[in-house]
Design a protein around this ligand. Structure first.
Ligand code: FMN
Length: 163
């Protein structure tokens, strides 16, 4: 089963965390995962993917404009309807708006017909409610959480769609 982690990243933080999520997805047997910028999209891989996670840097307590614009049009190339969706963010400040950005992405995914998931508290520690958020000054401190998140997303996709 193919899975994809999409991101927009200006200074590399969101790209780094997207690649970690993809590594976590590949912990699940039968899953091939790819991290890809929304500016350089592998459309064939996206169309074949059963699980798509999208990440944004937080700008002004929301997603950045590039991610919002992408969700309002170009994302249609990914044939999102019916796929499993998730969201993550990177930001500078602990109270900088990460959950708000994640929530906006999940809302758009649902409008496009996706099923959204994070595992929530049902998976135990690390508890990830809406999606993982990494602080730019300590990206490595979030590595294990992002690996686990990728694994949980991929495991749920395999449960739903098969390997
Ligand atoms: C225009 C702008 C607005 C930002 N607004 C916020 C914000 O509201 N809250 C926050 O915590 N960080 C904010 N940041 C910091 C970025 O979210 C953070 O550095 C992020 O990790 C950058 O990701 P990237 O390296 O993938 O581009 C802002 C950065 C920029 C350039």
């Amino acid at each position: 089963m193919k899975a994809m982690v999409l991101y927009y990243s200006k200074t590399g933080h969101t790209q780094k965390m997207a690649e970690i999520i993809a590594q976590g997805m590949e912990r699940v047997q039968g899953v091939q995962a790819k991290a890809c910028s929304i500016d350089d999209l592998d459309e064939a891989w996206a169309a074949e993917s059963k699980c798509i996670v999208l990440g944004s840097p937080i700008y002004f307590a929301s997603v950045c404009a590039d991610v919002k614009s992408w969700l309002e049009g170009p994302c249609k190339k990914c044939q999102l309807a019916g796929k499993l969706g998730g969201a993550f963010a990177t930001m500078d400040y602990l109270h900088g708006g990460g959950d708000l950005g994640i929530r906006l992405i999940l809302d758009h995914m649902m409008v496009h017909g996706m099923m959204t998931y994070s595992g929530g508290g049902s998976c135990g520690a690390p508890v990830i409610h809406l999606g993982p958020v990494a602080l730019s000054k300590d990206l490595d401190g979030s590595r294990e959480t992002f690996l686990t998140y990728g694994e949980r997303m991929a495991a749920k996709a395999v449960e739903l769609f098969g390997a």
